[in-house]
Design a protein around this ligand. Structure first.
Ligand SMILES: Nc1ncnc2c1ncn2[C@@H]1O[C@H](COP(=O)(O)OP(=O)(O)OP(=O)(O)O)[C@@H](O)[C@H]1O
Ligand SMILES: [Mg+2]
Length: 263
């Protein structure tokens, strides 16, 4: 039995911190000695761009080494893995062509399970301790594929006035996915872009606290422009500025997630 843990980051609310959290948690897990594979599931390429500049990212697109090509042709994902500059951290890049992934999936047999099938050999090989998948801000067949291929789901939530908008939709969607893939488990909510001085920060915590049985991670990632600078430099924040508060927060969040989901 493989012990690779597959965790996805999803929230149909755009800009909630999915890609930032996926990239930095993955980096910190690898830094802590785990073997990690990241999968960029979004046509915006934000996860890919967290580690490579635009030119390199477009080279992956041109050479067909992307999640889009693998899904379209239903290929084993092992052939689409590229190393990042960091030890223990690999990635399957995304493509701008992911904009048409829903059309590619539509005519396929058991279309909700294409990613799971393409990922099966990589998971079974036990090469990685963790596989982290970044999702686009949608709730269609592709995100269903991402959840069906995962064991754990983390929902990054922005601590802002509209941050919780649509969360009920998210919970309904997860229930729908669980009807065809009962194993997917909502691990918890990761609060991102928090400003503790703002009234809505406390409101977000109170509202989330009112959902029975919902885990909210202890580690809260606060708003910090160092994150944006690191992304502008195509680096995880822990690499860009190790002494930053954000680097420490993401190291703590990764540790907390690994405590919940140990290999
Ligand atoms: N802790 C933070 N402090 C400051 N800015 C942040 C922080 N986290 C994320 N951001 C910024 O917020 C924006 C949205 O973050 P991110 O792209 O991770 O969200 P997302 O949920 O992946 O978005 P999308 O739904 O478009 O995929 C980005 O511009 C990012 O630089
Ligand atoms: Mg994103």
């Amino acid at each position: 039995m493989s012990l690779t843990q597959v965790i996805c980051f999803a929230n149909n609310k755009g800009g909630s911190g999915k890609s930032t959290t996926c990239a930095n948690v993955g980096y910190e897990m690898a830094r802590a000695g785990r073997r990690v594979l990241l999968i960029d599931g979004d046509m915006q390429l934000n996860l890919t761009l967290s580690f490579f500049d635009e030119e390199a990212a477009l080279t992956f697109v041109e050479s067909g080494k992307t999640i889009y090509n693998a899904i379209r042709d239903q290929k084993d994902l092992a052939a689409f893995i590229v190393p990042t500059p960091y030890k223990g951290l690999d990635i399957i890049p995304s493509s701008t062509l992911m904009s048409s992934v829903e059309f590619e999936l539509f005519p396929k047999w058991q279309r909700e399970f294409i990613l799971k099938k393409c990922l099966a050999n990589v998971v079974a090989s036990g090469t990685y301790d963790y596989i982290l998948i970044d999702s686009p801000p949608t709730l269609g067949c592709w995100v269903m594929n991402i959840m069906c291929a995962s064991k754990e789901l983390i929902i990054p939530v922005e601590a802002s006035p509209w941050g919780l908008f649509g969360l009920a939709n998210m919970f309904d969607f997860v229930k729908q996915v669980q009807s065809i893939a009962p194993d997917i488990h909502l691990l918890g909510i990761a609060i991102t872009k928090a400003d503790e001085r703002k009234k809505y920060f406390k409101q977000t915590l109170d509202t989330l606290g009112s959902y029975e049985g919902l885990t909210v991670f202890r580690t809260i990632v606060r708003i910090d422009s160092t994150i944006e600078w690191s992304q502008d430099n195509s680096k995880p924040v822990g690499e860009y500025k190790r002494s930053s508060r954000s680097a420490e927060e993401y190291a703590n969040l990764a540790k907390e997630i690994m405590e919940y989901v140990s290999r």
